[in-house]
Design a protein around this ligand. Sequence first.
Ligand SMILES: Cc1cc2nc3c(=O)[nH]c(=O)nc-3n(C[C@H](O)[C@H](O)[C@H](O)COP(=O)(O)OP(=O)(O)OC[C@H]3O[C@@H](n4cnc5c(N)ncnc54)[C@H](O)[C@@H]3O)c2cc1C
Length: 411
Amino acid sequence: MASAWEISNMPAFKALDGDIEADICIVGAGLAGVWCSYLLSKEGKKIVLIDCDKVGRAATLYTTAFVTEVIDTPLEELSKMFDEKSAREVWQSGAEAIDRIERVIEEEGIDCEFMRLPLHMYARSEEELRSFEREADLARALGFKGRLVHKPLDGFENCGAFRIEDQAKYHPMKFFKGLLEATVSNGVEVYEDTEAVEILASNPTTVRTASGHSIVAQDVVVTTYEPFNNPEPTHFKKGMYVSYVYELELPEGSVPEGLYIDSANPYHYVRVDNLGNKQRMIVGGEDHRALIKFEDEKSFKALKGYIDKTFPNLSYKVLNKWQGAILEPSDGLPLIGQVAEHEYVACAFSGNGMTYSATAGALITDLILGRVNDYSSLYDPRRSLKPGAVLRKARDYTQEFFGGAIKNLFK
Ligand SMILES: Cc1cc2nc3c(=O)[nH]c(=O)nc-3n(C[C@H](O)[C@H](O)[C@H](O)COP(=O)(O)OP(=O)(O)OC[C@H]3O[C@@H](n4cnc5c(N)ncnc54)[C@H](O)[C@@H]3O)c2cc1C
């Protein structure tokens, strides 16, 4: 499976070949693991970061890298599922994560095509545009820069949009590589081809590897996407989905460079990058539950149909297509925090892993150092699920199932 973001000069690391000690062992070297390693190493902690494969070759490679505070549950829904304060905090933590990403790019001199730009949620009908009004009003009431655009956006079929300012995009593997190199220069030891198979809870904690070695550490952070050791507080709080993506090449100036999403269920996401005398468009969607096996080609065909309907006059060449795993939280919010004594987890980021990885790095650093963090209870993996929140998300996921996978079966 190919991704648009492959780069050839990623650093390589040897496998762990003996027993070692550290202050903190981080299991899983995707974006979340590297963010945690980077921020903890800046606090002077001795960190060991391990991956069962090569670094950055799982979900982080197959992302589309919208860097945004806008999550797939609208603010209005979040306010009903939790309360307005929580809804504001979700977007606020995302906005702070974008600032943190921008700051680290500057401080570490990471060349990764980072660009601030608005995100547009485009309406496919006048009625849909009217339904965005409440969301735009609420965004403003909660202190965010969002407004309705009453005329169609250039370059494709739409009736206007809800525009949210100050979002961003970057090249995810260039960013990942830069953050990893900064992490290594802070003294973090990285081991590839080193699979964690067990965490022995004692003081200190021991991570056992498949090759029989031990990493003894005060604290362990699990960032393996789906936590490899299945900690009890995360049970029933997440489900694996699959999302499908096309990468297209367009003539220069076809669609304004930007980030676009619709509000269908399952929703679609479109990213346009200007690349000199041509453009790259990445279109994703048609998500469905991973447990239920569908012919992937049906989902790709449905996505292609969506592209042709939404961009009827576009001339494009298909460069690539891929699919990737999305871990959805049962109540719409990720699981970031402590799951047992000296054991932490960061997962269930849905389609917002770029910002949630940065949030997880800061939050887990604060928890390990005993500092207060504004988002610790909001994202606490040990929280009790609110029945109302789970029911609302279950309704969304059911609509998504019938609106996407089942519909696509008959195409
Ligand atoms: C198609 C698609 C589109 C997306 N679009 C966006 C987007 O536009 N914006 C956004 O913010 N997010 C998006 N996401 C989500 C985002 O990509 C992920 O949330 C993010 O990359 C997750 O990073 P991670 O570090 O948690 O996981 P991963 O990158 O999956 O890293 C986990 C690592 O753990 C390792 N591992 C697993 N088990 C073990 C073990 N037992 N021992 C040691 N190591 C282990 C794996 O090898 C892997 O390297 C998208 C995801 C997909 C699939």
